[in-house]
Design a protein around this ligand. Structure first.
Ligand SMILES: [Zn+2]
Ligand SMILES: [Zn+2]
Length: 544
């Protein structure tokens, strides 16, 4: 018996020693002496976090406690939703500023909206439609896990007017790792949780996509923790079982793995509303950088540009661990490196985005993940920011011509009537109450072999809404595009070429001649069961 006990103890000790040998090293302590004023304005936080409000394991208090434990000052909660829940006002919990945002599911992947009031109708549909709505509502939108190995989660619309992009997403990164690395990380997690999670990171291809976007417009990149605290059924992956049910990775491990740093104008004063403005303002203007804290910490970055005639001096200062390389990237790729704490480089004035990365020796991944990723700052891109409210085509409204002869199409339980006068039609509808059951109401009209390329409408709804303009062919296939309409935005120019297949249809859009019906659809993409409303069609015409 005694002998057996000793054997067991010996095995346990050996296993423990083995795990310690296998475990990744502790984060390198970075010396920040002399950088106190920048440190006071550099606020660390976690972005992209789920709570029990959606598919996370812990509530807001648990998340705040974990963030406090990891030394973070703010958390941006991003529970799944359609943006119709009023966001919680900013508040300090356990000394951590808790900011409430939303992760919206679109046809093109997940889209996080920050700093946005409640939406007047459920946001959904194409990525472009959601990004456009987020803009109109004054929010800041970020394409989440854009290169997730899971196709359903990948952000697939590179042309949508996004404001930001997750250059790395900790919840996506492990999915492409070989099993042997996952097993090793699963074992060493019990010795060094954050370091073991970081072992699964690589340099994401999203960085190349981001650089390509930066050649045309400003897009802010953030590291997404996508922390769920482990358990529960997940929107991201409902099939996950073992590690998720035992609460791995924990919030605190996720928060110690990677984080973002907002560089604010003056240190936070403890007023939640004012501090939220400062942090979100810094994110909006790109005064924010990301750090893989499990490799080395803390991190400070001061990045600015000084114009001097025909050139601009780009100046980056960062606290770096020994053996690190600071890299300046510009429109043509890597343009300068420094092995010290400062990098100074002259670039031609004019359009161009410049950003810095700090790479550390021994970083995990193939290719290795950068330790610090900054955002382009202080240099005019010279390319106008995209105006999302511009409708494609334009072309002017047709005169007040008699409308199409509209009739109603709807599901059996919803109700609708249409009243027509000489120059207008008015739809009055109520989507059926109860559970979501593909409720819809549509104004429909038939066309026959007309060579049109667009539909021009003048619409007036009783409240802001998003209307799905669709065309249908003889065989029932449909294509469409949604348009925002309210009292001030009444003109809709629906180009056939800008429409997309409805219901997963991937066939390309037919020519006007093969369209047999035009439909103005109100469905659950941007509405809810039980909702009623009115829509005036003031004019309708086909544009050749
Ligand atoms: Zn997601
Ligand atoms: Zn998420």
């Amino acid at each position: 018996m005694r002998r057996l006990t000793w054997t067991l103890v010996a095995i346990l000790i050996a296993a423990g020693v083995f795990l310690f040998v296998l475990a990744p090293p502790a984060p390198v302590r970075v010396d920040t002496a002399g950088w106190e004023s920048l440190a006071a304005r550099t606020v660390s936080g976690a972005y992209h976090v789920h709570t029990t409000r959606s598919d996370g394991h812990g509530d807001k208090a648990a998340v705040a406690a974990a963030a406090a434990g990891a030394g973070l000052k703010f958390v941006i909660l991003t529970d799944h939703g359609d943006a119709t829940r009023p966001p919680d006002p900013p508040e300090y919990v356990e000394g951590v500023l808790m900011l409430d945002a939303v992760e919206i599911s679109t046809d093109d992947g997940h889209y996080v909206a920050l700093d946005m009031p409640r939406a007047p109708y459920p946001l959904g549909g194409t990525g472009e439609a959601v990004a456009e709505d987020v803009h109109r509502l004054g929010g800041f939108g970020i394409a989440a896990h854009p290169d997730s190995p899971k196709a359903a989660l990948r952000w697939t619309d590179p042309s949508a007017p996004i404001d930001g992009i997750e250059w790395i997403n900790a919840d996506s990164e492990w999915r492409d790792e070989p099993r042997r690395r996952l097993i090793r990380a699963g074992l060493t997690y019990f010795v060094r949780p954050a370091g073991s999670l970081a072992m699964l990171l690589d340099r994401p291809v999203t960085l190349d996509r981001w650089d390509a976007l930066l050649r045309t417009r400003r897009v802010v990149a953030l590291a997404g923790a996508d922390a769920h605290g482990g358990a529960g059924k997940r929107v991201e992956d409902p099939t996950r079982t073992f590690f998720s049910t035992i609460g791995i990775p924990s919030y605190e491990a996720s928060f110690r793995e990677l984080s973002i740093r907002a560089v604010v104008d003056r240190p936070l004063a403890g007023n939640a509303v004012e501090d939220a403005k400062a942090v979100l303002g810094a994110i909006r203007r790109g005064s924010v950088f990301s750090v893989i804290d499990a490799l080395a910490s803390p991190a400070l970055l001061d990045f600015h540009a000084v114009p001097s005639g025909a050139t601009v001096t780009v100046l980056a200062r960062a606290t770096v661990p020994p053996g690190a390389t600071m890299v300046l990237l510009g429109p043509s790729g890597e343009i300068a490196t420094s092995s010290g704490r400062e990098l100074r480089h002259e670039v031609p004035s004019g359009p161009g985005a410049y950003r810095v990365e700090v790479r550390v020796a021994g970083a995990p991944g193939d290719p290795p993940v950068p330790w610090l990723v900054g955002n382009p700052l202080g240099i005019e891109l010279g390319v106008p920011e995209r105006d999302v409210d511009t409708r494609p085509g334009g072309g002017g409204m047709p005169g007040r011509i008699a409308p199409f002869p509209w009739r109603i199409e709807k599901d059996a339980a919803s109700s609708a009537i249409v009243r027509t006068s000489a120059y207008a039609a008015e739809l009055e509808y109520t989507l059926a109450q109860g559970s979501r059951n593909s409720q819809y109401v549509a104004l429909a009209t038939d066309v026959h072999q007309q060579a049109f390329r667009a539909i021009d409408l003048e619409l007036q709804p009783d409240r802001p809404m998003r209307l799905f303009v669709q065309v249908r062919t003889e065989d029932g296939r449909r294509w469409g595009r949604s348009f925002y309409v309210d009292a001030a935005h009444t003109a809709v120019h629906a180009e056939l070429s800008a429409m997309r297949g409805v219901g997963g249809l991937t066939d390309s859009v037919p020519s006007g001649e093969s369209v047999t019906s035009i439909l103005l659809v109100v469905d659950l993409t941007n509405s809810v069961p039980g909702r009623s409303g009115r829509l005036h069609v003031l004019s309708s015409a086909l544009a050749k």
